[in-house]
Ligand binder design. Structure first.
Ligand code: ADP
Ligand code: MG
Length: 254
């Protein structure tokens, strides 16, 4: 079997006295979708941020595509990466946040072309062609000249997904991508995510959408109090949870 695309090994992280990640082990195989569910404050966002170099781990290690996140080997010891190397590694990882984080003073098209031009060295024409294809896929080609303030939350999130995909990432991280949306806009975003699943994208998704977790995920991990309490197939974790903490969480969300 090939090595997992994401390997999270014994990861610990604290903020001062607060232990936020207490030894997390989790793998995502290439082409797989893993959903992380669990109560607020459990450490889900922190874990995703560690995978994407937005936070440093205190102990343990994370590998993405065989490379240790945040560190590199030199003379048989690990050194913190230079920022140029961090950028290179991060370019392989797309991240979509709850609050979209689009560039407010750029048009939709500019939001999507900026990364490929600046970080991948695409020509403007190449980047525009790629962006238009992606905006078409997410149903927003007609909004290419709009500014983020002119978009609904659901449209903003689909632009954010197109922007991440324009970097041709090997891995997509989603942190509650539909939590800030009005209920009637959630479906459009989930359907774009389902398209990605069917295209074989490797995804690590924090979500409260149990329907999505049930039918799109290869595995579901329930995280609470800085630990992965239970991890298995959607049928196991959502359908037949073994731990009391999982059961009580599920009874509250579904
Ligand atoms: P979740 O995404 O599961 O809701 P988080 O990873 O956001 O959980 O947060 C886990 C815990 O870490 C929470 O108690 C939160 O208040 C704390 N925390 C998160 N980020 C920071 C930070 N930058 N500084 C201090 N505490 C933080
Ligand atoms: Mg969170």
């Amino acid at each position: 079997m090939t090595a997992p695309l994401v390997e999270i090994m014994g990861v610990r992280k604290s903020y001062g006295d607060l232990d936020v990640l207490k030894g997390i082990d989790l793998e995502v195989q290439e082409g797989q979708v893993v959903c992380l569910i669990g109560p607020s404050g459990g450490g889900k966002s922190t874990l995703l941020r560690c995978v994407n170099h937005l936070e440093r781990v205190d102990q343990g290690a994370i590998k993405v595509a065989g490379e240790v996140v945040g560190y590199r080997w030199q003379n048989n010891s690990l050194h913190e990466m230079r920022s140029s190397q961090v950028c290179k590694q991060r370019a392989k990882i797309g991240m979509v946040f709850q609050q979209f984080n689009l560039f407010a003073h750029k048009t939709v098209l500019q939001n999507v072309t900026m990364g490929p031009i600046k970080l991948l060295g695409l020509s403007k024409d190449e980047a525009i062609e790629r962006a238009r294809t992606l905006l078409d896929h997410v149903g927003l080609l007609d909004k290419q000249s709009a500014y983020p303030s002119q978009l609904s939350g659901g449209q903003s999130q689909r632009v954010a997904i197109a922007r991440a995909l324009a970097m041709e990432p090997r891995l997509m991280l989603f942190d509650e991508p539909t939590s800030a949306l009005d209920p009637e806009l959630v479906g459009d975003v989930l359907s774009v995510m389902r398209d990605l699943v069917s295209q074989g994208m490797t995804m690590l998704v924090v979500t409260h959408e149990m329907g999505f977790a049930r039918d799109a995920a290869d595995s579901v991990a329930f995280m609470a109090g800085g630990e992965i309490v239970e991890h298995g197939t959607p049928e196991q974790v959502l359908g037949n949870p073994q731990r009391e903490r999982t059961r009580s969480f599920l009874s509250r969300v579904s």
